[in-house]
Write a protein that binds this ligand. Sequence first.
Ligand code: NAD
Length: 965
Amino acid sequence: MSPDNLEQGVQQHAKALQQAMHATAQTQSGQWLNTLLQRINRDECFRIAALRFIDVLPALEDDEDLIKIYREYFVDIDFPVPIVGRALKGVGDHLPHALFSRAIRKASQLLAQQFMGGENATQVAETLDGLTRQGLRVSLDMLGEASLSEREADAYAEGYISLLHSLPPDQPLHLSVKLSSLYPRMAPHNVDGSIAGILPRLCRLLEQARAHNAAVTFDMEDYDKRHLIMSIYRKVLLDARFHDWPGLGIAVQSYLRESTSDIRELIALAHQREIPFSVRLVRGAYWDQETILAKQHGWPIPVWQQQMQTDRQYEQNLLLLMQAAPWLRTEVATHNPRSMAFALAVADALGQTGDQYEFQMLYGMMPAMQQALLSLRQPLRVYVPFGRAVPGMAYLIRRLLENASSQSLERLQGGEGEAERLDFTPPGNVSEVPGEQDPGASRPGFRNQPVHRFTGEAERREYQGAIDKLAREPTRDTALLLDGRWVDGDRQLESFNPAHPDQRLGSVSVASQSQLEHAVQAARSAWPGWASLEAAERANLIRRAADELTARRDEFAALEIFEAGKNWIEADADVCEAIDFLRFYADEAERLATGETIGLPGEDNHHVFRPHGIGVVIAPWNFPLAILVGMLSATLVSGNCALLKPSSDTPLVAARFVELLHGLGLPSGVLAFVPGAGEMVGEYLVTHPDVHVVAFTGSLSVGQKILAHSARLPERQTHFKQVIAELGGKNAVIVDSSADPDQAIAGIVQSAFGFSGQKCSACSRVIVVGEQYRAFTQRLVDATASLKIGDPAHPDCDVGPVINAAAVRRIQTAIENGHRQGKLLYQADLDSQSEGHYVGPTVFGDVDPRGPLAQHEIFGPVLSIMRARDFAHALEIANDTPYGLTGGVYSRSPANLQRAREQFQVGNLYLNRGITGALVARQPFGGYRLSGTGSKAGGRDYLVRFMRSQCVTENTMRQGVAPLD
Ligand code: NAD
């Protein structure tokens, strides 16, 4: 049987559905709602404004805030119902604010109630009763998406369990469950940890559900969670407690390219288990998000790009599922009439009755069609979300968006002539447009190296394999690279794993003064040859380094995990950034090599860039590869020779990269690898008269010294040194009263505690505007308390160690002193991490904005929270430090976001996202004030700092004659 030879049956059922709709009474919802929905569907500007306004509404407890934001969103937009529009325009003039706000809140509540089944158990019971009496089956869905903390996950599970207890025992119940609500740390790379975290609450819920005779379907969520949800489902299905329970189901999204293979897997599972279960076939509610995220990250797009492809896939999947009866029961979850007719045709062809399939529709959507299905005696279940209506707006928005993109929204509400407008044409057989799946394939120019998504099993296995291999490898000792040869130094610098300080990873040689001098002189001799190469030759060598690093990315990431204590995600991102720097600077060097010509009649002006000579690169440990590779490749590709001094905490990562570069055939003397412990090596090189450029990333105090040393003019030195210094930060995130708290908390926790707060860009200050302070702070603390501290080699780790014992002492001292400047709200318990250099995430509240806790860079997992009266006050506090590296604002007020753009004094400002993780070329990185000397790493103004520029002007006129062009 194929979809094509069912067509006759589909059209017959289409007619029957249309007739049945005619026969049912038309359900007309409020006229204002229909008008609103029509406008949302037809007018893109209004759609965005309305959806954003609905989204921010729950956060606007203050009437003045509500009015302000309303005006900002709808300032230039006519409201669809003219009389309402006119009234709204009069807000503040003759309509009192309180009245207006109340009206808006009421309208949004009415809107929400159209699609939600109640706020509490009593209301849910009433809805349930009413629907059951109409002959409908019901699936209850408690509103709420990914939990941010263990406390929220507990509340979600408890919410369901208490509902089960409160509803009448004879009522056959059906629940839809989002697994991400049951555990705050669900992550694609952490399969075992996610499963172990979800199972306890899930199993308790399932046991209770079973005891109350309720069936449970696992909702499918975004693509990052698909493999986890499938794995957990598999596990639970085969668990002895649930093995014989037919009441377990799962959703499959047909917009996923991989949906058919999921269905085949489920069929095999049903055969293995020998007890049937149900599969809810949906199209999928996250299409925009999946497409946007994949495009942003350069990942293959997991969803079909054309609606017709999804429609066709839906039919193919439906056929596959229904043919798998009696092992699978199919839940045809759709509002697409064509899909309904198709399911009916398949049921006919297979001789199936309503025992083996059912239709599912959303509560409040297409009521006439719901009646039509009932009148045709088709089994129909409505999916009823419940919970607090106003915070449930996020759900509502997704529903509106989802349906706006597939079906005409106005049709969903029913109305005159609805049956005639139904579309039953078969989905065409569109073939994929070349490159459709790969968002970057056709885009020319630089593209960021995509980080691992870790949704693929092979991807995770290979990464784990690299870590395991390194753990087995004997330690390796590396010599100095001087004048193209590996030479032993007079002593060794050892490197240890900060998570297991007894684990020696290897060593590098330390350069003596005479060896440093040797390196400088070798560079002097090598420079003329290196500088005279075509820019493309140097650029191509750097690109080969990028290729080699890409091929060995997991090996380098594993080494970072061991030597710097980065977790899986952070280590991978650092290697990708290093690859980006190599490719971006190679392109930049070629761009600059062409120079710039400005020709006028009789005059040629040529602006060229030439290398300075010898560059010293002094790198920090916190981005042991990316920052080092960025500074080093910029030095080399622009035609300078380079002397590299890595951080004494991460010399092995540096050594492996130097070996990689050396292996590509760099001429002798062009690159020297000269590690050192203490200040001697750095100071010797910085003060050397033959050095032209110093590229430094590190602390303000060392940066200051370097700037001072470099300014000196020793005898014999006939140039000023260029110092490119990227320094520390004390970065703030402002949480406006209109912020999305879920988004803000997730972003702040990641920015403050990712890599234990040891990023120059890390968030160390949070400034909360207005009355939300207490509630927001509590949720932020709960989310922090849910982080897992552990060995970063294990994927189940959010927060690893800090870099060394001295850092532990420094951070602990700051925490001890912090008690006098704020209130300690949280400090993680470290019992199980006694072995490594750990400091638990720590949060202070009500911090004095002028005290050291809020002013000094601590460079560890310590967060200070402050209150602000209003947004202007928040900006004032944020700008009140000597640093200016990164900053962030969470706000849904367009006016406040604009104000932040103009007044927040930072080099990198992030609006409504975390403040770490700048990407090469997309977010050129570097601060001002005391955070750096100005140029942006990964930006178009960076490479010129490694070159001197010259302008050559020729008078081309001789005897009054000049070439015409
Ligand atoms: P650090 O300043 O202690 O050391 C940086 C490098 O300088 C190391 O290689 C070190 O050995 C060397 N060094 C130390 N004393 C020296 C001297 N007198 N002369 C020459 N070199 C000397 O910094 P760190 O602990 O490695 O890194 C953390 C610091 O770096 C933080 O302050 C962080 O904010 C900053 N950082 C800034 C950026 C940025 O892009 N702005 C990026 C990463 C790190």
